[in-house]
Design a protein around this ligand. Structure first.
Ligand SMILES: [Zn+2]
Length: 161
């Protein structure tokens, strides 16, 4: 998916997940961290938004492992958690990064290319609902955001549909 889609879905995922984790959903720092987490997996693609800004990392990573490899795996999620915890980063700062990161993996799962969740194993997982950059991507993103919004309103006892 495109960077803008990852940002929207990362923010929606965080706003939905934060109360379940006992954390405030609308703090600026948390929203920024969720956005970073939502963009970070594409560091393995030199033409991605984050890849263009971190070329010193993205080019060798893309050359060695390829796009949607390690950085798009569950191993990367665990690695991020372990790395951040080992550095003494608080749960309140780690959670939005991880939620954003997981939203990215979930979004890429919806494209025909799918992703190698169990990297280094070669199996690809995909639920091909839309191609990256297609009009269908916008429809899927809008549908997911509406679904999160309705779920949040229902959780607060507000009747919707
Ligand atoms: Zn990606």
């Amino acid at each position: 998916m495109m960077a803008r889609s990852h940002v929207v879905l990362g923010l929606a995922a965080w706003v939905w997940a934060a109360p379940h984790l006992g954390l405030p959903p609308l703090e600026t720092v948390s929203l920024a961290l969720a956005t970073c987490g939502a963009l970070l997996p594409d560091i393995d693609h030199p033409q991605s938004w984050v890849g263009r800004r971190l070329r010193l990392i993205s080019r060798p990573l893309a050359a060695m492992i390829g796009h949607r490899g390690l950085s798009h795996s569950l191993l990367a999620v665990v690695g991020c958690c372990v790395l951040l915890r080992s550095e003494g980063v608080s749960r309140a700062l780690i959670a939005p990064v991880i939620v954003g990161y997981l939203s990215h993996l979930g979004a890429d799962l919806l494209t025909p290319s799918g992703l190698r969740l169990t990297w280094p194993l070669s199996r690809r997982y995909a639920i091909p609902l839309c191609k990256t950059g297609s009009p269908a991507e916008s429809v899927v993103v809008a549908g997911l955001v509406i679904w999160v919004g309705v779920a949040m309103l229902r959780a607060r006892g507000i009747f919707v549909l």
